[in-house]
Design a protein around this ligand. Structure first.
Ligand code: ADP
Ligand code: MG
Length: 672
């Protein structure tokens, strides 16, 4: 003990037991150890392998808690404190030196030495990393990484790291165990210098050569202190004067377990972010693959939403260009005597009925529609398309004035002339790009037709190509081509757009009367009236469903990407268990570890998200350019995809990060 020292003990343990349970058997690593160490001492703990030296040092260093017994560190009982409080005390008062150095891979010496500062209270005294590195003789090796340093140099970096927070106590577990004799001497030299400056040193070693430097030698055997003697041969000078260090009074408050943003500082976030980036770069392929998972998911979300929104937009445009005073009349179903019949029955509509509807008040004009899928051929070309049979009114009512040639006339209708107008998709497929088909003869379902005009370009809405169409006189369609007696629906134009409601009712009532259908509640569905607003609503609802469907598929791929991230993060946590242990040993709290891994997973997913947005957008542009679909990338879909990817990172990162933060420091350090 230091001569003439009247200080109270810096370490005082009483009757410490440590029992490791391994299944049914118990290992009594410490079996009632009592020891008191005063400030300024240089103590070596010796003993055979398995005698409990490391266990003892870990308890002294607050990396592990005793099974029973009391531990007063700087006059404060610490045996019962919770993990985060222990972390705070470690960071404030202790410096560790390990046999295995425990440096972070791919990290410069300066950063290694500064690492404990990340977890300590910046208002407490601390040293300068550069000064410390110069002190241990590594002024020239500041930017070197562990794989660029010799074992002795690595241990000197670790010594500098142990000193950064100006500790009162240095704990070293076999610090020379992996070193040659010259480097071992250096290490002992540094420990001696620290001790001379007033720092208490506790050194575990099994080598008598090393222990002989200490001023006090404690020998352990089977978890008990065998002997505790002063060493007159010690080469290390005792510090001239030592003070009794105390633990900061406000420790509990300052480092409460509760999360507080004031504690959580920007510098930490910044450092975690750099670390995350370094970890990602270190495992390029692995990170690349998990980025890819999110990338694909986000790109899919963006593209799907763009196509869906685009389809809806163009649908709205098309519908509004049709004019708002159009009504559609369709045969419905009829209940006679309680029996529901299929579509038709007496509610079928003939061409005569269509003419009759024109005389209903508030109705301006009408056009029948007969439609069917047909096969058209020209020379050796074949094409399947949709055919509409109608009357000349159709051209004006639905803006189908031909861009080339002419529409058919009433004369054509009366004579059932075999004339037709083609949409550009049909022309493209039968005649080729930019060909002029007017005047040519084609076959529709093997009947010869002359092309008299080209239909205006209507575009596609993503699901349906409206230029894939043929229009022929209604009579030709019904009697020459399809063999039908009834029309599919009737387009009715009201006098004004305000009249569509009453006009629809009037048309319906007229048809009921015309067909002698009694006005009973069961017959209400005999004829169906749709105005443009109804149609618009139905169609937007269906494109909306389509969009939701596509987006859910995209979301599922994002989910799969998230699971990929979780997988990678779990691997990463396992791989870096020792690193986590080291961080905890030098003062990291659970929140620090949690943040570090969470930031890493969010970085992966956000990176994937950003790249996914770019890719999704490009796909969207390609789709509109080559497929001709209308697509709209909205800011909200970009935000949604980005937010979703960040959320995926948090959700799927939280479990691995939580797992990492709960690792016990000593278990993590010992992990192999
Ligand atoms: P020393 O450092 O003196 O070689 P340790 O303190 O490491 O000894 O170990 C003391 C005893 O406790 C040994 O018998 C060892 O097998 C046992 N032991 C140490 N750590 C554990 C553990 N985590 N689980 C089970 N037994 C352990
Ligand atoms: Mg040991």
């Amino acid at each position: 003990m230091v001569a003439g020292n009247t200080n109270v003990a810096i370490i005082e343990i009483k009757d410490i037991h440590k029992v490791y349970k391994m299944g049914d058997t118990e290992v009594r690593a410490l079996n009632g150890v009592s020891l008191s160490i005063e400030p300024g001492e240089f103590v070596a703990i010796m003993g055979a392998s398995g005698s409990g030296k490391s266990t003892m040092l870990q308890i002294l260093g607050l990396l592990d808690t005793p099974t029973s017994g009391s531990y007063k560190l700087m006059e404060r009982e610490v045996a019962t404190l919770v993990e985060d409080d222990l972390a705070a005390i470690r960071s404030q008062t202790l410096g560790f030196i390990f046999q295995m150095f425990n440096l972070l891979a791919r990290t410069s010496s300066t950063e290694q030495v500064s690492l404990p500062l990340l977890y300590s209270d910046p208002s407490l005294p601390h040293d300068d990393p550069k000064r410390l590195l110069e002190m241990v003789g590594l002024g020239e090796r500041m930017d070197h990484k562990p794989n660029e340093l010799s074992g002795g140099q690595q241990q000197r970096v670790a010594i500098a790291r142990a000193l950064i927070n100006k500790p009162k106590l240095i704990l070293a577990d076999e610090p020379t165990g992996n070193l040659d004799s010259k480097s071992s001497e250096d290490v002992i030299d540094f420990l001696g210098k620290m001790n001379a400056s007033g720092i208490t040193v506790v050194l575990v070693t099994h080598e008598p050569d090393i222990a002989t430097h200490a001023r006090r030698i404690v020998t352990m055997k089977d978890g008990k202190v065998l002997s505790d003697v002063e060493n007159p041969q010690s080469t290390i000078t005792a510090p001239a004067k030592v003070e009794s260090p105390t633990l900061k009074e406000n420790l509990q408050k300052k480092w409460s377990f509760n999360f507080s943003w004031r504690q959580y500082q920007w510098r930490q976030f910044n450092a975690y972010f750099r670390q995350a980036f370094r970890a990602l770069i270190a495992n390029k392929v692995r990170s690349g693959l998990s980025v890819l998972g999110i990338l694909i998911g986000v790109a899919a979300v963006i593209a799907m939403l763009a196509v869906g929104t685009g389809a809806q937009k163009s649908l709205e445009q098309q519908l509004s260009s049709l004019g708002t005073n159009l009504i559609m009349l369709m045969p419905g179903s009829l209940q006679v005597g309680g029996v529901q019949q299929g579509v038709g029955g007496t509610s079928r509509i003939t061409l005569q009925d269509v003419d009759a509807i024109a005389s209903v008040p508030m109705v301006k004009r009408v056009a029948p529609e007969v439609s069917s899928k047909v096969q058209v051929t020209y020379a050796d070309k074949n094409w399947n398309t949709s055919l509409t049979g109608t009357t000349p009114n159709y051209a004006e009512m639905k803006s189908y004035q031909p861009i080339y040639g002419r529409f058919f006339t009433m004369d054509d209708v009366q004579h059932r002339n075999r004339v037709c107008l083609l949409g550009i998709t049909v022309i493209k497929n039968l005649f080729g790009e930019n060909a002029n088909p007017v005047g040519q003869w084609i076959k529709i379902n093997r009947v010869n037709f002359q092309v008299i005009g080209v239909l205006p370009v209507k575009g596609s809405n993503g699901f349906m190509d409206r230029d894939d169409a043929i229009v022929v006189p209604v009579t030709t369609a019904m009697y020459r081509l399809l063999g039908r007696l009834y029309v599919n629906y009737v387009d009715v134009e009201a006098d004004s757009s305000d009249d569509t409601g009453p006009a629809g009712d009037a048309v319906k009532a007229f048809m009921m009367k015309l067909k002698h259908i009694p006005n009973l509640p069961g017959n209400d569905g005999a004829f169906q009236i749709r105005n443009m607003a109804d149609i618009q609503a139905t169609l937007s609802a269906s494109t909306q469903i389509m969009t939701i469907l596509l987006s859910s598929i995209a979301a599922i791929s994002l989910l799969v990407g998230g699971i990929g991230i979780m997988n990678i993060m779990l691997v990463s946590v396992t791989e870096r268990t020792r690193e986590i242990g080291l961080r905890k040993a030098i003062g990291a709290r659970r929140l620090d570890i949690l943040s570090q891994f969470l930031i890493e997973s969010v970085a992966v997913s956000v990176m994937g998200g950003a790249m996914g947005i770019v890719l999704g957008w490009s796909i969207t542009l390609l789709v509109s350019k080559f497929a001709g679909w209308n697509t709209v990338v909205t800011p909200s879909s970009v935000l949604l995809a980005f937010g979703f990817s960040a959320l995926v990172g948090i959700l799927f990162g939280i479990w691995p990060a939580h797992k990492a933060s709960r690792l016990s420091p000593i278990m993590a350090l010992r992990y192999e």
